[in-house]
Design a protein around this ligand. Structure first.
Ligand code: DPN
Ligand code: ZN
Ligand code: CA
Length: 431
């Protein structure tokens, strides 16, 4: 049993949340401790389903449909509004299961999801029974606590992830633009009980603006538990990808797949160095015994913390926003600038000035990007990281509280290496 309360205030400051969750009374936890035994009980059900259906829960097989039916029945009984979204892949029908907690602002949606299908080789208990079961138990806890959030909470259990992110891509592509715009963030949970676990949080680097807040909200509970985390770039390997492609902020948790645990990682997390995080990844031995219960427990609690924090936080009142959408070419080996003139903002800039940057470039490791305050003070945003990845589309938080807000701010971009070039598509300052 652990409490997230002592560091809650610090965590909330870290994510820029203005006030504590409305439901938290003094002396109670800000987010419930999810009993891992309940998550394990869902995993046992998924294992039984695989056992009764030829050993797997894969797209197009009876074990997938039985998995959907199990999760949906539990959610329906708890008061969720659920729906199945059918799609076709490889000549077989698959389904996404969408569940909404029918409270909070329907125009302001926080989504959490993970894939429910396994590979055909085995029952897929860590990949991704673990994320599916943790999400289910958190959803049931939202219901049992009768959570009354400011935002609408929507859960997704995706089909056919293992065939190439098919279900989640279908879901996002089916949403009209007005519906997409209502989704303020998506957090993904794919493999959260690996037997030789890492504690990875999806890095916001290269993800849509706003993803940094999600990264922080997923890091905070581990900090409160005293568990070190590492950032990981999961790229297009799981179901957050479709949301990111649509410009929706994304984040997630991951305890590792076929990657090998280093000795430094074994030292801080325990487990076995030189061995895969999950030796049964995509194999027949990904069964109920292929789970590290401590990792499953910590991740389930972290998911609950994120859902509670994201859904109950009042959106902090936004200050004025300024932008310069003018294209500025970035020739090879050159320095260019784009100005924004700020007027009518009294006093100094905030400690969390949000600087949105949208740069197209063929090699972002070439770039040094600074924001320059009206008095000439330089704040570095990006210094040649990211290697051969292209474009730099990100929002940076700058402590600009020493700067007078009014005046001309400049985005300075230096291309410091030969060959690749780009364009500043635009940038913004959110006070
Ligand atoms: N997408 C996972 C799978 O289903 O195989 C593996 C994975 C999950 C990789 C999360 C990276 C991050
Ligand atoms: Zn997976
Ligand atoms: Ca260059």
């Amino acid at each position: 049993m652990r409490t997230l309360l002592p560091t809650l205030a610090a965590a909330l400051v870290a994510v820029g949340v203005a006030s504590a969750p409305a439901a938290a009374a003094p002396g109670t936890l800000a987010a419930p401790d999810i009993p891992v035994a309940n998550v394990q009980a869902h995993l046992a059900q998924l294992q039984s389903i695989a056992n009764a259906n030829g050993g797997n829960r894969a797209h197009g097989r009876s074990g997938y449909r039985a998995s959907i039916d199990y999760v949906q029945a539990r959610l329906d009984a708890a008061g969720y509004t659920t729906s199945l979204q059918p799609f076709t892949s490889g000549g077989a029908t698959g389904w996404n299961l969408i569940a909404e907690w029918p409270r909070g602002d329907a125009n302001d949606v926080i989504m959490a999801g993970g894939h429910l299908d396994s590979v055909t080789a085995g029952p897929g208990i860590n990949d991704n029974g673990s994320g599916s079961a943790a999400l289910l138990e958190v959803a049931l806890t939202v219901a049992s606590q009768n959570l009354d959030p400011a935002k609408r909470i929507r859960f997704g259990w995706w089909g056919a992830e293992e065939r190439g992110l098919v279900g989640s891509t279908f879901y996002v592509n089916s949403l009209p633009a007005t519906e997409r715009a209502k989704i303020k963030g998506y957090v993904n949970f794919d493999m959260v009980g690996s037997p030789n676990p890492a504690y990875f949080v999806y890095s916001s680097s290269g993800q849509p603006p706003g993803s940094t807040d999600l990264q922080h909200v997923l890091e905070a509970p581990f900090a409160a538990m005293g568990v070190p985390t590492e950032l990981t770039s999961v790229g297009g390997r799981s179901d957050h990808a479709a949301f990111a492609n649509a410009g929706i902020p994304t984040g997630g948790l991951f305890t590792g797949a076929e990657g090998i645990k280093s000795s430094a990682q074994a030292q801080k997390w325990g487990g076995t160095a030189g061995q895969a995080f999950d030796r049964c990844y995509h194999a027949s031995c990904d069964t109920s015994s292929n789970i590290n219960v401590t990792a499953l427990d910590r991740n389930s609690d972290a998911i609950a913390y994120a859902i509670w924090t994201l859904s109950t936080a009042a959106t902090p009142p936004a200050g004025p926003r300024f932008e310069n959408p003018t294209d500025v070419a970035i020739p090879d080996l050159s320095t260019v600038e784009s100005p924004i003139t700020v007027t009518g903002v009294p006093g100094n800039a905030p400690g969390d000035l949000a600087v949105g940057v949208d740069i197209s470039h063929t090699y972002r490791g070439d770039l040094v990007v600074d924001v320059i305050a009206p008095d000439g003070s330089v704040y570095n945003l990006h210094n040649r990281s990211g290697g051969s990845a292209d474009n730099l589309v990100a929002t940076y938080t700058v402590n600009a509280s020493a700067e007078v807000a009014n005046g001309t701010w400049r985005l300075r971009v230096r291309d410091a290496a030969r060959a690749d070039t780009g364009t500043i598509n635009g940038w913004s300052l959110q006070f």
